[in-house]
Write a protein that binds this ligand. Structure first.
Ligand SMILES: Cc1ncc(COP(=O)(O)O)c(C=O)c1O
Length: 389
């Protein structure tokens, strides 16, 4: 077969650190072990029935079978604007401050194409959702990594960014509630970000995928709630985690109209929008009864409490998160993240994600996703107790 030379951008992709774990997982499964997968951040709870019904009805209507509008149906844009107003007190212009996305991953991955030229800097948190860095590479940019450390409550230290780097930076990515650390940010942190972005002329991209999964009365804020945010940035949002719709592919970006317009210009040359029937389902989700969100959050809260308690009793160090369905657990002394993850898989049939897979400062941690039933989580704890860590 002809050897096709791959583009530089593919050659620059960071090594896939989960390769070894994936291989071991397949090997352990092939041995017939009942593997409990605490690795993937994909909800096990089904999409609520009223949302499914809205899709079914919409699919039967031929009006929805044609190309959708690039920026999203008017009614979907209005549903998002109303949801933002009710949930965050943020008023949006649905015509200029909104673009629909085929899941927030798609928008995040395309955004740097709109603003980054080869050699430009992008400020990227680490450990983090890998797409911020990869999107930067694909646009020909260079990531300046901002470590998220426990001593800073997993917020980036803006004072550690050299002025010349900040001046060369086009975009700054942040994500709260955070994957993988489950840290949260308050509006005063967002205000610091706005001041920093104004000073250096940087566009802020806030990834808000997990704002609706929060516990104990905590309500995560929107970046757009703080004064001046809309002048410097935008927020990526998703229906994936809020309504258990990861497979449906629907999200949106809202905020700075010029940034939104530029993202829309990239997208209109690459994709053709979100299937209208899926947008109708999205409207049913956003405009419908929100008790499904409360019920889902309660399920995750119970799982969180069971798992945190079990881990602490087994000798692990972990903070009980205020948001997200992730636990960011300290690796016990004497282990690396990968060695611990390998041991848990081989000896207990448990899949966890080694923290270094999200970036070097994630070394010393592993991530657990609470996307298994309480019964399975209890079984995971029992297995943990049996091995001598
Ligand atoms: C932090 C973060 N952002 C964005 C996404 C992408 O979500 P989606 O593309 O399904 O909207 C994920 C998915 O796991 C995530 O963890």
């Amino acid at each position: 077969m002809t050897e096709f030379e791959k583009a530089e951008r593919l050659k620059k992709l960071p090594p896939y650190l989960f390769k070894e774990i994936d291989r071991k997982k397949a090997e352990v499964k092939a041995r017939g072990v009942d593997v409990i997968d605490l690795g993937v951040g994909d909800p096990d709870i089904p999409t609520p029935p009223h949302i499914i019904q809205a899709l079914k009805t919409a699919v039967d209507n031929p009006a929805h079978h044609r190309y959708p509008s690039y920026s999203g149906m008017t009614a979907f844009r209005e549903a998002v604007a109303q949801w933002y107003e009710e949930r965050f007190g943020v008023e949006l212009d649905p015509n200029t401050e909104f673009v629909s996305l085929i899941g927030s991953k798609e928008g995040i991955a395309h955004f740097p194409l709109a603003f980054v030229n080869p050699g430009d800097m992008v400020l990227v948190p680490t450990p983090a959702y890998p797409v911020y860095h990869i999107a930067t590479i694909f646009a020909g940019g260079e990531s300046f990594f901002m470590p998220l450390l426990s001593k800073n409550r997993f917020l980036p230290d803006l004072t550690a960014i050299p002025d010349d780097v900040a001046d060369r930076a086009k975009i700054l990515f942040i994500n709260y509630p955070n994957n993988p650390t489950s840290a949260v940010a308050d509006p005063s942190f967002f205000r610091e970000i706005v001041t920093f972005a104004e000073k250096h002329g940087i566009i802020v991209c806030h990834d808000a995928a997990y704002t609706e999964i929060a516990f104990d009365g905590y309500r995560p804020p929107s970046f757009l709630e703080v004064d001046g945010a809309r002048e410097v940035g935008l927020e990526f949002h998703s229906l994936s985690k809020t309504y258990n719709m990861t497979g449906w592919r629907i999200g949106f970006a809202v905020g700075n109209s010029r940034a939104i317009g530029a993202l829309g210009a990239i997208k209109s040359n690459i994709d053709s929008g979100v299937f209208e029937a899926v947008q109708k389902a999205g409207m049913a989700a956003l405009r419908g009864d929100q008790s499904c969100v409360r019920e889902m959050t309660e399920v995750y809260r119970q799982r969180r409490d069971l798992m945190v308690d079990g881990l602490v009793r087994t000798g692990f160090e972990v903070e009980s998160p205020r948001a997200t369905f992730y636990l960011w657990v300290r690796v016990p002394p004497g282990y690396t993240s990968t060695r611990l993850a390998t041991r848990l898989l081989e000896e207990a049939g448990l899949v966890v994600t080694p923290g270094n897979g999200f970036g070097d400062p994630g070394e010393g941690y592993f991530r657990i996703a609470l996307t298994q039933t309480r019964k399975r989580l209890a079984e995971a704890i029992d297995r943990l107790k049996k091995i001598d860590i």
